[in-house]
Ligand binder design. Structure first.
Ligand SMILES: [Zn+2]
Length: 403
């Protein structure tokens, strides 16, 4: 459970403000009486809060709406440029950063090469890029920094327990970034950030149960269950790449055998297609050969799709999602995989759970991952009741740094 401090009037006020803002944000335009109906707050409370939010520039009176007779209600809208947030995606060799407005629209972007993947090097580069982006909106409010990185992340306490690329162990990444930037910082597993972004701003808007499966050098999974990001007990939920799908001894980078990732991720596909070609061959080259009619190459992708489909079917049978989003750089070969994947789902998903199940491909680029990290901050601002009970400073509507 969240800890809402008893008697904390300020926090309750802040939560109510966020609830009101979220009602407006979700619908685009909303009258005060609609907001009261949406939120269950009393009319005087809504009136007081909206007056304050207009005064502080978060809301503006947009137009007068439809009325069934009598006075037309005034519609309120979110002022997306009332402030900004910064989102960063850390890859094994680069930092991709974006500055977005309150509607997650990217305003400025930066792409910087990493000289190394030590904690100090990554923190220093993010601090530098953050300062650069903030200088572009000097005098404006910047509410926080969101950072997505691969690995097992304790988002509540800002700790990377196990970094996939950089081999970090129990790294106080969030606190180091906060010390360097002065911005409330949220760190999160990068696929979780994607899932939050899909749920808040993307194709999964208003879909409470959705899964984001990322395909690439690894296989990741972000779970939105009952409208919330599911992190698990220690932040490690979604290590989908290491579910066991095969009894054979295919070794995985994690040290185990028979993992999905060892059969389906890019390195596995590269190994298989290189063996067929008799020379080092990339996934992209192999995909082109397959599209050109090379059946042996095509079979590598359809075999991978069959493994992936069986594993996803197990997820569907366990979690009953409505939407599955396939993403990541590996999804660029989805045209070679989708038929087999769907066939596998038809075969393995328990009947009744496939009705209404939708699978879509969203080939995200690096910038979209950074936008996903920015949406972590926005989600926190608009739903502060979701904050885990910790002493870490979180982004909020009442606390911002001026850029
Ligand atoms: Zn593994």
């Amino acid at each position: 459970m969240q800890s809402v401090k008893a008697g904390s009037k300020h926090l309750i006020r802040e939560i109510n403000e966020a609830i009101v803002l979220d009602a407006v944000r979700t619908h685009g335009f909303r009258s005060r009486s609609e907001i009261a109906a949406d939120t269950g707050l009393s009319a005087p409370t809504v009136s007081g809060i909206t007056a304050d939010l207009i005064e502080r520039d978060f809301l503006y009176e947009h137009s007068t709406g439809q009325s069934a007779g009598g006075r037309r209600p005034v519609m309120l809208a979110l002022n997306a440029s009332a402030g900004y947030v910064i989102g960063v995606k850390v890859t094994e060799n680069a930092v991709i950063a974006v500055l977005t407005d309150l509607a997650a629209t990217v305003i400025h972007r930066r792409h910087r090469k990493l000289q190394g993947t030590s904690l100090d090097q990554v923190v220093a580069l993010i601090a530098k890029v953050t300062a650069d982006l903030r200088s572009r909106v000097e005098g404006e409010r910047v509410y926080g920094l969101g950072v997505g990185t691969a690995g097992v992340v304790d988002s509540a306490n800002g700790i990377v327990h196990h970094g996939t690329y950089a081999h970090w162990r129990d790294a106080p990444f969030g606190d180091m970034l906060y010390q360097r930037t002065g911005l409330p910082t949220i760190i999160e597993n990068d696929v979780n950030a994607l899932a939050v972004n899909e749920h808040w701003f993307g194709i999964g808007k208003d879909i409470p149960n959705l899964l984001v499966v990322s395909l690439g050098r690894g296989i990741g999974l972000g779970l939105i269950l009952d409208g919330r990001l599911y992190r698990g007990a220690f932040g490690g939920a979604g290590e989908f790449g290491h579910v066991k799908v095969h009894g054979d001894a295919t070794p995985c980078a994690c040290g185990a055998e028979g993992c999905l990732e060892a059969l389906v991720a890019d390195p596995a596909i590269e190994r298989a297609v290189s063996a067929i070609a008799g020379r080092p061959t990339t996934t992209e080259e192999a995909a082109d050969l397959a599209r050109g009619g090379d059946d042996a190459m095509r079979r590598v992708f359809t075999d991978a799709a069959a493994h992936l489909g069986r594993a996803i079917a197990n997820l569907v049978n366990t979690l009953n999602p409505q939407l599955i989003v396939l993403s990541g750089e590996g999804s660029h070969a989805s045209d070679l995989m989708l038929d087999t994947l769907h066939e596998s789902l038809r075969h393995h998903v328990f009947s009744g759970l496939s009705d209404g199940l939708e699978v879509v491909v969203e080939p995200w680029d690096d910038e979209a991952w950074a936008q996903g990290a920015a949406s972590l901050v926005l989600a926190e601002m608009f739903q502060p009741a979701l904050r885990p009970g910790t002493d870490v400073e979180r982004p909020s509507l009442s606390a911002s740094a001026v850029g």
